[in-house]
Ligand binder design. Structure first.
Ligand SMILES: NC(=O)C1=CN([C@@H]2O[C@H](COP(=O)(O)OP(=O)(O)OC[C@H]3O[C@@H](n4cnc5c(N)ncnc54)[C@H](OP(=O)(O)O)[C@@H]3O)[C@@H](O)[C@H]2O)[C@@H](O)CC1
Ligand SMILES: [K+]
Length: 539
């Protein structure tokens, strides 16, 4: 069976509803549990071969069934396997019943509580308690087993979804959550493994499509198409709910736009990005955004500062122009970094909204938008694309809901903002969600905790407005900006710049480096021409 290893390669994210729809189509003709258990056994085998004891915690549903199928296979191969499970109820599925029968027939032993573990090597504790069928906080013995697993020195592997994690939202459900080093997931990847608490709980994710590779690949390309292709048609009535499938961002998605520059070009070919913000005491935010826009290749960058006392020239950024009014030749505008919430700020936002070029609204620009109905009307009536880049607190204001409601379902919140304001949204935070008014969405897997520092959002805004100024389509620009921003932070950390203490300025420099490297990597190379002196002489 073909194996797809993700963090970066497998890109389809299916919600529980979408997985259930697949299940209904393929069961009982395709023995999904047998395939899942076989894939899991194969995955665990390398540890068994190295002498690690395999302990499987098996739950009452089909997630437990997957664990039992794997246990049976490993046991039959002669490996030492410990199964911890309660007696199955009458209501178990036919597939799980077969898995139980096979496990018993193989002569395997079942414990009703985790046994003491004494071994030279750390055991592998496998969580096959609950998967996509989790409906409530875990209590009773299963809760105790999870706490026991967390207290052991062990390699922790979750099956399909770590128990206690919501597969759709990445929310912890209750206080018993199996924090895994890795998660082996079936059919397709799940959004909850990549946003909110998901990345911390799931660890490294490996996807086994269980032989349905073509089906999954077809759905994946449909989702990619839907995400990037509907920009032209936002006037049409949007669907009311988030799509049941999305994609996990990956560099390969952006290769159409990562092309080298021609040589016969001038600065006018790469747009003019204008950034508005930098009120008194918040000049740094504007500065960071302007610098990032320069680094990402905007032909010209202008910064409009709201601070009356600010000089009209910044010696640390001599390439940036500091006009007092919007220039005639603007290609894209970003408003918000250090903008403040004064009447002056409102006036600038009104002005920016009225210009028919791509517009990024960030930070205080979002706070103002949330407060003023006239601005909200103006944003929904814009003909040119708009990108909103809220963090969860700003998203909550835009939706007039508490921040925890946003975090409870980040995909739904991002789509709700996109629909309400008829714009593209980057909902920031762990696993940023990119959403469109049509309900299409993607999750960005890049980045790390070192990015939780002042100025990172301003850098993202600068990257994004530079891409828009250079003519990137809006959704692609938003998705790529988020992806590149996170990868830049990862790249910096690999060079021992962070993760802790990584600054927004360093992230901008790393983004420039990566952007150019990726363009160079994708560029076709001419064959070197043999020098004339080597040319054989004719007789
Ligand atoms: N879909 C596919 O194509 C494939 C699916 N496969 C596998 O099946 C898994 C889904 O199986 P599933 O539907 O049986 O759900 P699962 O997660 O085992 O739990 C449900 C059980 O737990 C119960 N329950 C729930 N919460 C509880 C709690 N807090 N505390 C206590 N009980 C709780 C709930 O009962 P109830 O809510 O009725 O009380 C029910 O009995 C999926 O993740 C994957 O591993 C693979 O085999 C191959 C392909
Ligand atoms: K699990």
């Amino acid at each position: 069976m073909a194996k797809v290893t993700v963090k970066r390669e497998a890109r389809l994210l299916l919600t529980v509803n979408a997985i259930r729809a697949l299940e209904a189509r393929f069961l009982p003709h395709i023995p999904l549990m047998q395939r899942a258990g076989a894939a899991l056994a194969n995955h665990l085998r390398r540890w068994a071969e190295q002498g690690h004891r395999i302990v499987l915690l098996c739950g009452p549903g089909n997630n437990g069934g997957d664990g039992l199928v794997a246990a049976t296979r490993l046991h039959e191969l002669g490996f030492s396997v410990t199964v911890v499970a309660l007696e199955p109820s009458e209501r178990i599925s036919p597939e799980a019943r077969t898995a139980w029968q096979d496990w018993r027939a193989s002569g395997g032993e079942t414990h009703n509580a985790p046994p003491p573990l004494v071994a030279d090597r750390p055991p592998v504790i496998v969580d096959a308690l609950f998967g996509i069928g989790l409906t409530r906080p875990i209590t009773g013995p299963y809760r105790e087993w999870i706490h026991w697993a967390l207290s052991q020195t062990a390699i922790r592997v979750a099956v399909d979804v770590p128990s206690g994690l919501d597969a759709d939202t990445g929310m912890r459900v209750g206080d018993a959550v199996f924090e895994a080093h890795e998660t082996v997931t079936f059919l397709a990847d799940k959004p909850g493994l990549h946003t909110h608490d998901g990345p911390d709980v799931a660890g490294v994710v490996t996807v086994y499509p269980l032989g349905l590779n073509d089906e999954i690949a077809a759905q994946c390309s449909q989702q990619q198409y839907a995400l990037f292709a509907n920009e032209e048609s936002w006037d049409e009535t949007a669907s009311s709910a988030p799509a049941s499938a999305g994609i996990l961002l990956d560099r390969a998605l952006f290769s159409p736009w990562l092309t080298p520059r021609k040589r016969n070009v001038h600065k006018g070919c790469f747009g003019h990005a204008v950034i508005i913000g930098g009120a008194s005491g918040m000049h740094g935010a504007l500065h960071l955004a302007a610098r990032s826009a320069l680094y990402l290749g905007s032909g010209k960058v202008s910064a409009i500062t709201l601070a009356k006392e600010a000089p009209r020239f910044d010696p640390t950024l001599p390439e940036v122009m500091w006009p007092t009014a919007l220039p005639q030749t603007v290609s894209a505008i970003a408003i918000g970094p250090g903008l403040g919430q004064t009447s002056d700020a409102v006036r600038w936002l009104e002005e920016a909204l009225a210009v028919s070029v791509p517009l990024v609204i960030d930070a205080d620009g979002l706070n103002l938008l949330a407060q003023h109905a006239t601005l909200q009307r103006a944003v929904t009536e814009r003909r040119a694309p708009t990108v909103l880049t809220p963090h969860p607190g700003e998203a909550a204001q835009l939706l007039q809901t508490p921040p925890r409601e946003v975090q409870k379902n980040r995909i739904a919140a991002a789509v709700a903002i996109a629909r309400r304001y008829r714009c593209v949204v980057i909902l920031k935070g762990c696993g940023s969600v990119i959403a469109t008014p049509h309900g299409h969405w993607a999750i960005n897997p890049t980045g790390h905790g070192g990015m939780a520092s002042g100025g990172m959002g301003d850098t993202l805004t600068g990257i994004l407005v530079a891409l828009l100024a250079q003519g990137w389509p809006c959704v692609a620009a938003a998705a790529f900006a988020a992806y590149l921003h996170g990868r830049a932070a990862e790249d910096a950390a690999q060079m021992e710049v962070g993760p802790v203490g990584l600054t927004a300025s360093e992230t901008a420099a790393a983004a420039r480096r990566l952007f150019n490297r990726w363009i160079a990597d994708g560029a076709p190379r001419a064959q070197p021409v043999r020098p004339l002196s080597d040319t054989p002489s004719f007789p």
